[in-house]
Design a protein around this ligand. Structure first.
Ligand code: IPM
Ligand code: MG
Length: 375
């Protein structure tokens, strides 16, 4: 019987639509070879949604998201909407989606392809072999805490944001980090600012309690400032790193330097635990998106790197659909294409002619087809 998976595409702004197109055609290619069908529906998010219907995410599209088996998002934002207030800007659509779907766990794996160890501005010997996962808490902390507002009185302007965490929110994300570590190199680093913040002291306490359930997994606490330094000076010493929403936003962009370009990183945002075993379909819901933003400066020019989007599609295959073999095919196809020296401009060496977004996508598609045929 042909398995059908319903995917809501939310291409969004800037380079979002370009990279999503490539990733979706890779999905269709590998699916067709395994009697799996992906049914794509399109929705609007971010600036594209503001322009079309006056809101960065309509209730109809939220319903479509709930009705799908997974959501595949491109990117949101751009200079055109930069003067909009916090509640009405493109980013508000993405935050609403995360909150409404309860996507509390954001997984951002950073793996260095051997072919690209030289593409990082960091020394080859520092980045080679790095393979870590930033687990970012996504529905709490500074992004959603109340009060969050701007004020004005006779003394002048002021503003406030709030960083609240309930122990249950910390417990579920740290527990998920430990489970992931169990399937990887068995080490968890919990990142906080416990020398200053109350919320971080609670985070540290709860993380320590959770760690006692996992005696086989190495565990350490790290302060976010020194951790930011360690991440680029000794990245191979990390496996799973778990942290508060804003810390994760910052450190995951920093970690992208290891991979040579922000365009390389995929992400999954989940509302529960990913399946423990290969081949089991998830009971949780997932949204998948490249970590990079809308990159308005290169939008529409065929310059965007689609690797982050293609690897996000692979995470979807693995986490939401339990199609690990197809995910492996996609991952290997990307690695082989990079090995062949096909690169978009952001990661091409000085003597290389850069491939366009669609040339890169086609190369991955062909490679995936060849790998699937050889199975
Ligand atoms: C990310 C982005 C978003 C965030 C923006 C677009 C709201 O930077 O996914 O990392 O800050 O979470
Ligand atoms: Mg970010």
């Amino acid at each position: 019987m042909r398995a059908i998976f319903k995917i809501l595409r939310l291409p969004g702004d800037g380079v979002g639509p370009e990279v999503l197109d490539e990733a979706c055609s890779v999905l269709s290619e590998v699916g067709a070879r395994k009697d799996v069908q992906f049914e794509f529906t399109d929705g609007l998010i971010g600036g594209a949604a503001i322009d079309a219907c006056g809101s960065p995410l309509s209730d109809e599209d939220l319903v479509k998201a709930r009705d799908s088996d997974a959501v595949f998002l491109g990117a949101v934002g751009g200079p055109k909407w930069d003067h909009f207030s916090k509640e009405t800007r493109p980013e508000a659509g993405l935050l609403k989606l995360r909150k409404e779907l309860g996507l509390f766990a954001n997984l951002r794996p950073v793996k260095i392809f051997d072919a690209l160890a030289g593409a990082s501005p960091l020394k080859d010997e520092i980045v080679r072999g790095a393979d870590l996962m930033v687990v970012r808490e996504l529905t709490g902390g500074l992004y959603f805490g109340q009060p969050s507002k701007r004020m004005k009185d006779e003394t002048g302007r002021s503003a406030v944001d709030t960083l609240p965490y309930h122990e249950s929110e910390i417990e579920r994300i740290v527990d998920l980090a430990f489970r992931l570590a169990g399937q990887r190199r068995k080490k968890v680093t919990s990142v906080d600012k416990a020398n200053v913040l109350n919320s971080s002291q609670l985070w540290r306490e709860v993380a320590s309690e959770v760690s006692e359930r996992y005696p086989d997994i190495e565990f350490e606490h790290a302060l976010v400032d020194s951790c930011a330094m360690a991440l680029i000076s000794r990245p191979t010493t990390f496996d799973v790193m778990v942290m508060e929403n804003l810390f994760g936003d910052v450190l995951s962009d920093e970690a992208a330097v290891l991979a040579g370009s922000l365009g390389m990183l995929p992400s999954a945002s989940l509302n529960g635990k990913p399946p423990a075993r290969e081949g089991t379909q998830a009971e949780m819901f997932g949204m998948y998106e490249p970590v990079h933003g809308s990159a308005p400066d290169i939008a529409g020019q065929g310059k965007a790197n689609p690797v982050g989007a293609i690897l996000s599609a692979s995470m979807m295959l693995r986490f939401s659909f339990g199609l690990d073999a197809l995910a492996d095919t996609v991952d290997n196809a990307v690695a082989n294409v990079l090995e062949q020296g096909v690169r978009t401009g952001d990661i091409a060496g000085p003597d290389m002619a850069p491939a366009s977004t669609s040339e890169f996508g086609s190369a991955v598609r062909e490679q995936a087809a060849a790998l699937a045929a050889a199975r």
